[in-house]
Design a protein around this ligand. Structure first.
Ligand code: SAM
Length: 257
């Protein structure tokens, strides 16, 4: 960490450790599990790209779906694995987490649906990387299978972003202290669609004394998924479904036969 800024989800950073606490308070994600569950045939199979700590994968397995959660970050998967180990046997048996890169999918099996929730696809660039992701998704879908990708609407992200120095979020921690997220700076390049947020994760003790501060960089890319989907042989299903104030779920289908 030469620059003093951790990449998001780094093993020695705070964003992975506090991921569940922060997303539990993020109202822009309300209803996403129900929405994905409604897209899957009864008892169907799911591949989640960027499954993280299992926020989506675990409730889907609890609802009777068979779920593979893939993620690149060891820090996120360690939490997913710990939650997996605590599940009842029957639910746990329907679920597996694997470490991997969504740009080079090679799982040797096909799914009813592939999900990329909470801006996961936007973590890589809408260029060669999206081409690789969409090609891999198409290879891993059954005929008639679907791909649901929750992507940011970057103009909205930029327009709702508060000024530098703002407190974005704070909540109590299990030990009686507090976790606060402060915006250090942000930038949005409308030409490349790149959106960067530098955030401080600050934890304080019940006494108010600062315990730790971790500076982290969160980068998202904006792009139109349709040309990438079409090149991979997928077709769009309906209009994108809005979720929260700054994102929408894009749905694609692999034609039958
Ligand atoms: C915003 S989190 C979403 C986690 C989970 N899907 C959710 O909705 O809570 C994005 C996840 O994508 C993962 N990720 C980023 N790039 C990836 C890649 N190239 N391949 C696989 N996972 C990746 C990150 O490690 C992180 O866990």
């Amino acid at each position: 960490m030469a620059s003093g800024i951790h990449p998001y989800y780094a093993s020695d950073g705070a964003s992975a450790v506090h991921y569940d606490l922060v997303t539990a308070a993020d109202r822009s994600l309300d209803g996403d599990v129900d929405l994905y569950a409604g897209l899957i045939p009864s008892g169907g199979s799911v591949l989640e790209l960027g499954a993280g700590t299992g926020r989506i994968a675990i409730p889907l397995a609890e609802r009777g779906f068979t779920v593979t959660g893939l993620d690149i970050a060891a820090s996120m998967l360690a939490q997913a694995d710990a939650r997996h180990a605590a599940l009842p046997f029957e639910t746990a048996a329907r679920l597996r987490f694997v470490r991997g890169d969504m740009r080079s999918l090679a799982l040797g099996t096909r799914f009813d649906i592939v999900i990329a929730s909470f801006f996961t696809l936007a973590h890589v660039q809408p260029s060669a990387a999206w081409k690789q992701v969409f090609a891999g998704v198409a290879r891993h879908l059954k005929p008639g299978g679907r791909f649901a990708a929750h992507l940011p609407i970057s103009e909205k992200l930029a327009s709702v972003a508060p000024p530098s120095g703002s407190l974005l979020f704070q909540t109590g921690t299990a030990d009686g202290g507090r976790l606060a997220l402060q915006l250090v700076e942000q930038s949005h390049n409308a030409k490349t669609g790149r959106f960067d947020l530098t955030l401080d994760y600050v934890t304080t003790a019940a006494s108010g004394a600062e315990l730790a501060r971790s500076r982290e960089r969160y980068t998202l890319f904006d792009g139109d998924p349709l040309p990438f989907a079409e090149r991979a042989g997928l077709r769009a299903v309906g209009a994108a479904i809005p979720l929260g104030t700054s994102g929408a779920i894009h749905l694609f289908e692999k034609p039958n036969g």
